[in-house]
Design a protein around this ligand. Structure first.
Ligand SMILES: Nc1ncnc2c1ncn2[C@@H]1O[C@H](COP(=O)(O)OP(=O)(O)O)[C@@H](O)[C@H]1O
Ligand SMILES: [Mg+2]
Length: 323
């Protein structure tokens, strides 16, 4: 059964416009339009059709309005209704053959610098060191992948390391940096989302349809949630290996289809949108190979993620509502 979604009509000639991912070179679609132009409505239609083909869908919902049937709704907030959290320090799906823990820590530091631009170079360096110590604290050693199945540390462990350094007379000269780093971390990881008794696992995500409702989170935390979840999912897919080149049907092209409404939250922000290690760029260049499709919606045309000029970037559709 070919995957096809009716998107609307071409304003120039009135002809219907359909999306046939099986005929595209890439698995991406980006939808642009002003507020009220129908982006969310279109997203919901694409998601429903993808679900109908039995492909797991993962929706990042920043406004709480991407309601689609047959999707598990997870409210992520500091409130009582939030029962599932995430741990950015998780190393689930990391393949020791190809990726070391130091890469993983560098990715986290880069993500934190985007979420908290006030973190200086010095503090970022300290943070990387403190994280390394936190993994050792829970028994996870860089050079011994057998220990990588142990429960990962949390940011509470990192804070503990920083607190002990702060009171260490030998580190007196670096105390200001240490305390500054701890303050930045505290402001972000004090959020209850990072202290939930249960964290969302990649196996769960790949086994169903999910809508992560992030509407009640501050933007810095939204950045961390999206970045972390995408990174964990992508890693797992990469560890599963490449898809075959030929497909039985269109649904076989995908192991998961990710939908991001208002994509500027992850595309913009601090740092370098062009950097090849940014998760959006990683997925743009390698997602297809590992079965990851993506639909991004955004206002306007000139969002940061299109400034990258990367050839892998998506099929672009500009929409507007016709009276
Ligand atoms: N194809 C469509 N036909 C009729 N109404 C639509 C269509 N797409 C969107 N709408 C309506 O237009 C309004 C704005 O749509 P929405 O998808 O929320 O826009 P956006 O996400 O771009 O701000 C909503 O009330 C929605 O129901
Ligand atoms: Mg919308």
């Amino acid at each position: 059964m070919p995957l096809v979604v009716e998107l609307g009509d071409d304003v120039a000639n009135g002809k219907p416009v359909n999306w046939y991912p099986g005929e595209e070179m890439n698995r991406f679609i980006a939808v642009f339009g002003a507020s009220g132009s129908g982006k969310t409505e279109l997203l919901k239609r694409v998601a429903s059709e993808v679900i109908r083909h039995g492909i797991p869908v993962l929706i990042f919902d920043f406004h709480g309005d991407v309601e689609v049937s047959h999707v598990n709704h997870v409210m992520m907030s500091s409130g009582f209704g939030s029962s599932v959290g995430i741990n950015p320090l998780s190393i689930e799906g990391l393949n020791p053959q190809t990726h070391g823990l130091s890469d993983h820590r560098a990715e986290i530091v880069a993500m934190l610098r985007r979420a908290a631009p006030s973190l200086s170079q010095n503090q970022a360096h300290l943070l990387a060191e403190a994280m390394r110590t936190a993994y050792v604290m829970v028994g996870i050693e860089d050079r011994d992948p057998r220990t990588w199945n142990l429960p990962p540390p949390t940011f509470a462990h990192v804070q503990m390391v920083l607190a002990s350094w702060s009171s260490d007379p030998d580190m007196k000269g670096r105390r200001d940096s240490i305390n500054g780093c701890a303050a930045v971390l505290g402001a972000i990881f004090g959020h209850s989302l990072f202290h939930c008794p249960r964290n969302l696992s990649v196996s769960e995500i790949l086994g169903g349809n999910w809508r992560l409702n992030l509407e009640h989170l501050p933007e810095s935390i939204q950045v961390i949630v999206v970045d972390t979840v995408l990174r964990l999912v992508f890693r797992r897919l990469r560890a599963m290996g490449s898809l075959p080149v030929k497909f039985g049907c269109d649904a076989d092209m995908y192991r998961i289809f990710v939908v991001i409404d208002e994509a500027k939250v992850i595309a913009g922000g601090q740092g370098y949108p062009n950097k090849s290690t940014r998760i959006l760029n990683v997925i743009a260049s390698e997602g297809r190979k590992f079965g990851m499709g993506m639909l991004l919606a955004s206002q306007g045309r000139g969002d940061a993620f299109l400034k990258t000029g990367r050839s892998e970037y998506p099929v672009r559709i500009q929409i507007r509502l016709v009276e």
